[in-house]
Design a protein around this ligand. Structure first.
Ligand SMILES: Nc1ncnc2c1ncn2[C@@H]1O[C@H](COP(=O)(O)OP(=O)(O)OP(=O)(O)O)[C@@H](O)[C@H]1O
Length: 590
């Protein structure tokens, strides 16, 4: 399969768009955010109030001794207490709002991912999608929760602080503000760099995630070929790339912090020097200089925190880009667009269908297939490996849409029908059924409306699964998969058949297992399948002669073309027929 390069380090959204989208996410939480902002105002207000008290205290103490100091300290204590409560509540509320936003974002992103057409998943690896869900949303979580709170606090303190400074001494304020333009310019420049590097970090982490996901889910193959060390090295290379990008990002941030810190404290020193001269000249009192210095520190710390938050926001926009890319993607085959039919007879017609996989647009997997399957007919699909059998079967539930030609169900073009509804009419038993880590009962009921135990048991009986299920200590409640029992190939198949029986679809797509089951399982599976097929239009990808013989008609594919069609006997009569060769070369097991 060809790989489309994914997660390349480009930025899709402009900064402004990214912010607008991030703030739009916060809108539903406005109630929490408004209360949080109230506490923010109270907390920051207290923070700006106390230097005034200190100013009074210093001047009074210098003038009239310690009695005034007692009262001032009491007031300070009250101010600090109110401030502490407000700060705590502000932090709590903003963080909670952030969690709520991200929880919703994760669900929305996941919903988007699972709604995409099958072709989307051919192009992307699971590990990469998992990384978007887990790590990108977490980066956003920090931004929308703690960082927004800190940014607002920084902004409030900086603006309030500057206003009070200007009120105390416009001349000193002017000196202080000299530091703002160079710091801002530096911030914007470094912010851009950090945004770019952060995307590189996330991309590298996603790549490493891909390796981990792929090899852990295929651990048996890794073990069988003794590739543990090599895979560990590949993973190591992946995380090392992430580390290199992180190191560069951290370097930029460290430089930025250093410059900021110097700017903040340097300006304080400068003002102390200039302020002392003003006190000496009698322009301001010692208390005023003290409060002025305190405000300068508040403003400096606030501006510094704003600048470093700017860097964090830049980081977040990298992740936002990746998340919004998914949230914005409209599936090519939407799940529910289209009509539904009252009843289905199961009449299928393909007209001149030509199909190329989106990942391999240069090769036609199916070429000009014209085929009609009557209601209730059992059609066996045979052909050499890679001839297009599974591809044909994938077009009926519209996992993919053909580029040319049309497919009809009971005379309705498939593209006019609701895909989810259509898929509800089709039951499938794949070669290697996938069971989920849930109970057997839930696995059988997967895709059906009902969870009635009696109906599930009846379906299991038809599928010859009831007896082996009862042999497990917990019966139908036995957990399957990772945490529970592992089922044999034949058992999985029978669970999949029970699933199809319970779903009761009008159309069946069966993919016969190529690997041989033991005679007993084989018999049980075959018997179950026969019961299942009764009265339903069935397309069966056949690998066994006995299956082909039982079918009403055999359709032979070769290199994506429909090569032959007819009964087993008729096809065997053709001297150089594809089918006859398949049988002679024992391509079809007996
Ligand atoms: N998801 C996919 N993306 C791209 N190409 C694919 C994809 N699935 C199958 N193909 C290609 O399409 C062609 C037909 O494959 P298909 O799986 O339909 O064959 P098949 O007859 O079912 O083979 P087999 O009997 O071995 O399962 C092959 O060349 C295969 O490489």
């Amino acid at each position: 399969m060809s790989q489309e390069p994914q997660g390349e380090t480009t930025t899709r959204l402009t900064l402004r768009e990214a912010y607008q989208r991030m703030f739009a996410l916060a809108r539903p939480e406005w109630r929490i955010l408004v209360s949080a902002t109230l506490f923010l105002i109270v907390g920051s207000g207290m923070g700006l109030l106390y230097p005034q008290v200190i100013r009074g205290m210093v001047d009074d103490a210098l003038a009239s001794g310690l009695t005034a100091v007692n009262r001032a300290v009491l007031i300070l204590a009250v101010i600090f207490m109110v401030q502490a409560i407000a700060v705590g509540l502000r932090h709590y509320l903003f963080t909670i709002a952030g969690y709520r936003i991200v929880t919703k974002l994760q669900s929305d992103t996941y919903r988007r991912i699972v709604s995409q057409e099958v072709g989307f998943f051919d192009k992307r690896r699971t590990g990469e999608l998992m990384s978007r869900l887990a790590s990108d949303t977490t980066v956003l979580q920090n931004t929308v929760s703690v960082n927004i709170s800190m940014a607002l606090r920084g902004l409030a303190s900086a603006i309030g602080g500057i206003a009070l400074l200007a009120w105390t001494s416009p001349r000193l304020t002017l000196i202080m503000l000299l530091a703002v333009p160079p710091v801002s310019i530096g911030g914007v420049w470094i912010g851009r760099k950090i945004r770019f590097l952060s995307k590189a970090v996330q991309d590298a982490l996603a790549k490493a995630g891909e390796v981990a996901e792929e090899t852990l889910s295929g651990i048996r193959t890794v073990r069988a070929f003794g590739r543990e060390a090599t895979e560990a090295e590949r993973y190591e290379q992946g995380v090392h790339r992430a580390y290199v990008a992180m190191r560069r990002r951290t370097g930029s941030m460290a430089l930025f912090h250093g410059v900021l810190s110097f700017a903040a404290y340097g300006i304080t020193a400068l003002m102390l020097w200039y302020g002392a001269r003003m006190v000496d000249a009698g322009d301001i009192t010692v208390g005023e200089l003290t409060s002025f210095l305190l405000y300068t520190l508040i403003v400096a710390v606030s501006l510094a925190s704003l600048a470093s938050l700017w860097a964090d926001f830049m980081r977040a926009t990298g992740s936002a880009d990746r998340i919004f890319e998914i949230l914005d993607r409209e599936p090519e085959i939407p799940l529910t667009d289209g009509t539904t039919l009252e009843r289905v007879d199961g009449h299928i017609r393909l007209e001149q269908v030509t199909f190329r996989y989106p990942t391999r647009p240069d090769v036609s997997a199916l070429r000009q297939i014209t085929l009609e399957i009557r209601p209730g007919e059992i059609v066996a699909l045979v052909g050499p490996s890679g001839s297009g059998k599974s591809t044909l079967a994938a077009l009926l539930p519209r996992f993919y849409d053909a580029q040319e030609g049309r497919i009809y169900l009971d005379g309705h073009n498939l593209t006019t029908l609701s895909p989810t509804w259509l898929r509800g009419r089709i039951g499938s038993v794949p070669q290697e059924p996938i069971l989920f880590s849930r109970s057997i009962a839930e696995n059988i009921a997967y895709g059906s409306e009902t969870d009635d135990p009696a109906a599930i048991e009846a379906a299991a009986r038809v599928a010859n699964a009831h007896d082996f299920i009862l042999h497990f200590p917990e019966g139908y409640q036995t957990e399957v998969g990772e945490r529970g029992v592992r089922l044999s190939g034949g058992q999985k198949q029978r669970i999949a058949i029970a699933r199809a029986v319970l779903k009761d679809p009008e159309i069946l797509i069966l993919d016969e297992a190529t690997s041989a089951l033991d005679a007993e399982s084989e018999f049980l599976v075959k018997q179950a399948l026969e019961r299942l097929m009764k009265g339903r239009t069935t397309l069966i990808i056949a690998h066994r002669l006995s299956t082909v013989r039982d079918a009403d008609r055999v359709v032979v594919l070769d290199g994506g073309r429909l090569a032959e069609m007819g009964s087993h006997e008729a096809l065997m009569m053709r001297p150089n027929g594809v089918y006859r060769k398949l049988v002679e070369r024992q391509f079809l097991a007996s």
